[in-house]
Write a protein that binds this ligand. Sequence first.
Ligand SMILES: *[C@@H]1O[C@H](CO)[C@@H](O)[C@H](O)[C@H]1NC(C)=O
Ligand SMILES: *[C@@H]1O[C@H](CO)[C@@H](O)[C@H](O)[C@H]1NC(C)=O
Ligand SMILES: *[C@@H]1O[C@H](CO)[C@@H](O)[C@H](O)[C@H]1NC(C)=O
Ligand SMILES: *[C@@H]1O[C@H](CO)[C@@H](O)[C@H](O)[C@H]1NC(C)=O
Ligand SMILES: *[C@@H]1O[C@H](CO)[C@@H](O)[C@H](O)[C@H]1NC(C)=O
Ligand SMILES: *[C@@H]1O[C@H](CO)[C@@H](O)[C@H](O)[C@H]1NC(C)=O
Ligand SMILES: *[C@@H]1O[C@H](CO)[C@@H](O)[C@H](O)[C@H]1NC(C)=O
Ligand SMILES: *[C@@H]1O[C@H](CO)[C@@H](O)[C@H](O)[C@H]1NC(C)=O
Ligand SMILES: *[C@@H]1O[C@H](CO)[C@@H](O)[C@H](O)[C@H]1NC(C)=O
Ligand SMILES: *[C@@H]1O[C@H](CO)[C@@H](O)[C@H](O)[C@H]1NC(C)=O
Length: 753
Amino acid sequence: MLLPLAILALSVRLAAAATAMQPRETCLQQCGDVQIPYPFGIGSGCHLETGDWTFVLSCNRSEDDGRLRVYNYQIEVADISVPLGQLRIYSAINAWCYNGSTGAMDDQNNWWYNMSITNFRINDTLNRFTVVGCNSLAYILSPDGTLGADQYMTGCMATCPGVDRLKNGSCAGVGCCQTAIPGGLNGYQVSFEEKFNTSGTANFSRCSYAVLAEAKAFDFRTTYVTTDEFMAANAGQLPLVLDFAIGHKTCEEAKRNVSAYACVSGNSECVDSKYGPRHGYLCNCSSGYEGNPYLHDGCHDINECEGKQYPCSVPGTCVNTPGGFTCTCPDKTTGNAYNGTCEDNKSQLGWKIAIGISSGVVILIITASCAYMIHQKRRLAKIKREHFRQHGGLLLFEEMKSRQGLAFTLFTQEELEDATNRFDERNVIGKGGNGTVYKGTIARHNGAVVAIKRCRLATERQAKEFGKEMLILSQINHRNIVKLYGCCLEVEVPMLVYKYIPNGTLYMLIHDGRARMRIPFAMRMRIAHQTAEALAYLHSWASPPIIHGDVKTSNILLDEDYTAKVSDFGASALAPADAAQFVTFVQGTCGYLDPEYMRTCRLTDKSDVYSFGVVLLELLTCRKALSLEELEEEKYLSSKFLLAVAENRLEEILDAQIKNEQSIEVLEQVAELAKQCLEMSGEKRPSMRKVAEELDRLMKLSLHPWGQQNSEELLALLGGSPSAVDSDQIELSTSTRNISFSDTAYIGIRSPR
Ligand SMILES: *[C@@H]1O[C@H](CO)[C@@H](O)[C@H](O)[C@H]1NC(C)=O
Ligand SMILES: *[C@@H]1O[C@H](CO)[C@@H](O)[C@H](O)[C@H]1NC(C)=O
Ligand SMILES: *[C@@H]1O[C@H](CO)[C@@H](O)[C@H](O)[C@H]1NC(C)=O
Ligand SMILES: *[C@@H]1O[C@H](CO)[C@@H](O)[C@H](O)[C@H]1NC(C)=O
Ligand SMILES: *[C@@H]1O[C@H](CO)[C@@H](O)[C@H](O)[C@H]1NC(C)=O
Ligand SMILES: *[C@@H]1O[C@H](CO)[C@@H](O)[C@H](O)[C@H]1NC(C)=O
Ligand SMILES: *[C@@H]1O[C@H](CO)[C@@H](O)[C@H](O)[C@H]1NC(C)=O
Ligand SMILES: *[C@@H]1O[C@H](CO)[C@@H](O)[C@H](O)[C@H]1NC(C)=O
Ligand SMILES: *[C@@H]1O[C@H](CO)[C@@H](O)[C@H](O)[C@H]1NC(C)=O
Ligand SMILES: *[C@@H]1O[C@H](CO)[C@@H](O)[C@H](O)[C@H]1NC(C)=O
């Protein structure tokens, strides 16, 4: 069972890597006399796909014997160097000339380059902006010509104090000037300053020239000023060096996606772009190797012994090794063949034996400890695979493969350990009946803040179907349900990764003394309505329906603007389609439990309706679902409420604040709805959809001008110190009495299998 899984995973990886990353054999290797090394290429399947146009080239074979161009641009490529991560393009020489026949300067017709859809940067150490002329001031500036925050502009001026002072090879202001450019450019344009023109010097220097080019490729000649030789000798262009890089991730980030990671050759390494963390990475063969790191087996060993310079000081002692070489003195001699000499030395035989024996022992120890470490590592990996399989990971994995674009992630154990600082106690934000919740940040989701829940599994059946349930829950997308990002199955108890919701639970909102009495009725109704919508959605979304199974105020989270988010499907079960599989254990929280469910052990969508009725009561009365201080029949809020209604004492148990705020007619109707939800027989209870609709209606009714109070008031009030609410998210850790009771109840009620 295990072996096929491992092989499957491996072959999927290899296949993905092999197809996604390698050029086809029929790809054009050369255009004109320019070599085209991968990752560059012409046509689909020939270049590395990075989501931008960086490696996409085109070749026009009808021009001369072929011209290689950067795709989409009129930019011609001169050569490409994979080891340096650079390419040279041709940069046009801009000329601005005096026109003898019109007696004026021609129009400026300057080049501009905009390479922002590629990952090219103009190398600022190798290139210079150069101006040639006799009364010429030229600028290089951002391609859109404005001077904003991330824009730039620089330039220089060339003058001719006397024609005789021009000097070959000297570009220092006389007839020629040069200036450095800012780093990191990926586009520019050139402009001549109109105030300085060559109309006055036209009879010996008719034109001004400006070009951004490789400094090495430019050598000033006096004739550049006095004739049109500058243009003619260079065919109107000079090379410009660009740095390229792959994508916009750092090496560390890129390595996480094996199918997109470009450094596929063995003996290759990844180098972060020098332009900074968002500018991608390059691949390079490791030291001692050369070739193309972007191709499988592209990096091959350098034979140093046959290099231009013999690396050892003693001839005939060089031995090539993978990634290096050794210089070994011949038999019966000792010495230093690298940079010294080798000498005969028979008397050192004893030493040799000693060294031989001790190195043998050392090797033995190293081998043994290596073997032990490998064994340990394999054992760990096996345990992980076993957990993964047990939790239905195989099924989930298969499903995820067949449904592309599923926003669900299988996290590794390491990732979650990193996220929570090895499950540091300080990151615990909640503890409860069925798990512990940690707060953490996930690097893979751009540092998103998440709540990580370590579940407590109830039964073997649940364990087996865990993966399947995850798959279904991951597709639930409702604004009032906490988003599930993914899970981790390779650990003993599966872990769930949710979006982090900052504002605590509804339980805390109602029962935390600070906010009590001040929650406006409209806000209570809104939260109740949103919760009802979420549950109705769960019940109708899938067939069989998804049942929450543990609806209570501490499972309703509140986000920044106090929107309700239903959380914790720890107890949820997909209602089995076939009757034989009915869930046979009872779980949930005391005070909220559907009495019918306790009797029949059948969890239905109406069980959620019952629990929701209790939540509604809590909102109406600001009392806890279960309070142990009360007399026997009054312990449970539900029975206390039903008793009060029966004895016509409803007003007595309603929260004083909403009595002031809202007409009794509306409150009675809400209470009536709660009463219907609490019907003993599930059949008589309304469906969650009906409840949501009724709440919607009542909400509109209550928005009568005299009944309404501004809920913004409360938001402002609570906003004052949110940190107090932050610390406890999903389960309660404060009210220990309540929790311990619900825990015992949980264990006690569970029926034997
Ligand atoms: C190739 O070059 C020829 C000659 O300059 C030109 O007519 C043709 O339009 C070019 N083709 C492409 C695809 O650029
Ligand atoms: C001078 O300008 C005229 C009219 O604009 C144009 O036809 C001619 O080609 C120009 N001469 C040169 C040398 O550029
Ligand atoms: C050249 O610049 C001078 C000012 O330096 C200006 O007076 C003259 O009109 C300009 N000539 C042309 C042809 O633009
Ligand atoms: C510019 O090119 C030089 C020489 O190849 C190289 O050392 C340098 O790292 C490059 N600059 C950047 C920012 O990549
Ligand atoms: C450069 O090209 C990008 C992408 O085509 C475009 O969004 C941007 O506006 C261009 N910038 C200028 C200055 O033309
Ligand atoms: C500079 O070199 C050119 C040839 O490139 C030559 O014609 C010219 O006379 C030289 N000028 C000086 C001042 O040496
Ligand atoms: C250029 O023309 C001016 C008159 O416009 C003249 O004085 C000068 O000698 C000429 N220079 C050369 C090098 O022909
Ligand atoms: C990994 O790379 C592949 C190929 O580029 C891409 O389709 C996929 O979305 C990437 N996966 C992640 C998690 O970024
Ligand atoms: C690639 O590695 C070689 C030596 O192994 C080194 O000289 C070169 O600078 C590296 N290139 C990059 C882009 O880091
Ligand atoms: C010779 O090489 C050894 C290491 O191989 C080194 O420690 C020593 O300094 C070198 N001597 C010289 C003269 O380069």
